[in-house]
Design a protein around this ligand. Sequence first.
Ligand code: CA
Ligand code: CA
Length: 216
Amino acid sequence: MLDHARGGDDIFTAGGAGGSYTFYGDAGGEMSGDAVGGNDTFTGHGDSTNLAYGDALTMSGHAQGGDDILMGGNDLTAPSAVTFGNVLIGDAETIAGHAHGGNDTLISGTGNDDMFGDAKTILEQGCGGNDSFVFSSNNGHDRIEDFGQGVHGVTGLNWGTDHIDVSALGIHDFSELIISAFDPVTHESTITFGTGNDVVVHSQIALMQQNFVFAP
Ligand SMILES: [Ca+2]
Ligand SMILES: [Ca+2]
């Protein structure tokens, strides 16, 4: 998608179990110039391989990602923690130039989800959007790879200001969360929602109350 191209708002639902699904919300290649991605919705299928990009493979120039909703598939039984049937990427594999990622919503299913709110790699002046990661019961073993907290002076300022939505779990307050100590080397901590339901979060700094959306 080049120049002033604009993507539509698409809805894609993956087919049967045992499949391999790759989704690009807007462009299978590069989005550049002043191209703007649509607001797309992807729903993965359980017991399958789902790879979803909200916008494109790569974004450069002044491309702007849409606000996409990506949902992981619901496996009958989530596999062990080391394998991810679902890779959900809010914008693109790589964001470069002056491209901006959108404000995306990534929703974990009962399979294992590896989630990038923006991109696997952000280069140059590229930046991500303000994304939401949504969890509920029986969600398997997941990862959030780029949790932005808007903290200056710490790697990941270009990840936006993101939130983890735990409202569906009936969690009302930060004190109800079980979170391992933040590792200052790996920048990871693990939130345990229940047996077989946890998420490793790669964040800028230790997680705090304002990083979450709680049940009312
Ligand atoms: Ca899009
Ligand atoms: Ca994003």
